[in-house]
Design a binder for this molecule. Structure first.
Ligand SMILES: [Zn+2]
Length: 353
């Protein structure tokens, strides 16, 4: 009898340890255009004090090239990260022959999980759209707006009212279409509602004044999603890091990186308090070809300042980092394709892989 009891206790303990290892929630943070030099710049600007990147429990690297270009755009790389399959530049959520791809969000919804998107740009922009839309061109904004309303996304926070208005003819019709879709529409991040589907559209296009916005919106989305007992997948994009790279604006990029890092901190804190949560931080590609060079090439001398030097106003083809925190952080390792990361995340949350 005593022996039976011991066996029973051991079985319960091993089941408990397996379920403690299970990844129930994924928070996927994508810094659009964030290269390793962007991260290095923040470490340097932070006087090498510990940043949220330095606290990663595991790291990996991904290759960003698309099917038709060694330098990807955000549509092809977003599709790879969201669906696990590479495609051509400008294409969203489909292969070059037009076959629709299942995204991480689609899969999470099928598994009964809640899903959310938080961005600083318009919600129809390439990176978030790759998680819910299928389009030959990322510029089909009105079709993408309509596809968001027809998707299973439970909460979306960002800009992009202009594209809903354009899609449905005018603002009044857009508001009606959004209500008919089951989303409760908010124009202010501070308004509350306990309905299942929440749409916070805070600007016509990008969100302009956004001091502390990304961290606050991330916390808001987490508070909404954690109500689902089956778990959730949340994608958070630091959307405008890319624009500062295109503009070769180091100070501007530091501001966008700062906002993004605050959102990562919210996610990591959530994971620490909620075992079963995996936090994945990566980029879709690098923008600007940023390098950090010494003002004096003679290294026999002590430092005489460094310069942030940009090599392009477009994207580059260098690998980008992946930072992992929380439950399952050890499951993503090494050097991989961007699509492999998307595929791995789909496998990790799939109850029936
Ligand atoms: Zn870009």
């Amino acid at each position: 009898m005593k022996r039976l009891l011991l066996i029973l206790l051991a079985t319960i303990a091993s089941v408990a340890s397996i379920s403690a290892q299970e990844v129930k929630n994924i928070i996927y943070l994508i810094g659009d255009g964030m290269g390793l030099a962007s991260v290095s710049m923040m470490q340097l600007e932070n006087l090498y004090e510990t940043t949220i990147f330095d606290r990663a429990e595991n790291i990996a690297l991904q290759k960003t090239y698309s099917l038709d270009n060694r330098v990807t755009d955000s549509a092809a790389s977003g599709t790879a990260l969201a669906t696990g399959t590479k495609t051509n530049n400008t294409m969203l959520g489909m292969t070059p022959d037009g076959t629709a791809l299942e995204s991480l969000m689609d899969m999470a919804s099928h598994e009964g999980k809640a899903t959310g998107l938080v961005v600083t740009t318009y919600i129809q922009h390439a990176t978030p759209a790759a998680f819910y839309a299928h389009a030959r061109s990322r510029h089909e904004y009105t079709s993408i707006a309509e596809q968001l309303l027809k998707s299973d996304i439970d909460i979306a926070i960002g800009g992009g009212m202009a594209f809903f208005d354009e899609c449905y003819g005018d603002h009044k019709e857009a508001i009606k279409a959004i209500a008919d879709s089951g989303f409760v529409l908010h124009a202010d991040l501070d308004t509350e509602d306990d309905a299942e589907r929440q749409l916070y559209i805070l600007a016509d296009k990008e969100i302009e004044a956004r001091e502390g916005y990304l961290a606050k919106a991330t916390a808001k989305a987490l508070a909404h999603l954690e109500g689902d007992d089956d778990g959730f997948v949340l994608m958070v994009e630091g959307s405008l890091i890319d624009g500062m790279g295109h503009g070769n604006d180091a100070k501007g990029q530091q501001g966008e990186m700062h906002d993004f890092m605050e959102a990562i901190e919210v996610a990591v804190e959530y994971a620490e308090e909620h075992p079963g949560t995996l936090v994945v931080v990566t980029a879709d590609h690098e923008t600007g070809g940023l390098s950090i060079v010494s003002n004096n090439a003679d290294f026999n001398l002590s430092e005489q300042g460094v310069e942030y030097r940009w090599t392009t106003d477009g994207h580059s083809g260098v690998m980008v980092p992946i930072y992992l925190y929380g439950t399952g952080a050890e499951r993503i390792n090494g050097i991989m394709e961007n699509s492999t990361l998307g595929e791995k995340l789909k496998n990790i949350i799939s109850v029936h892989p």
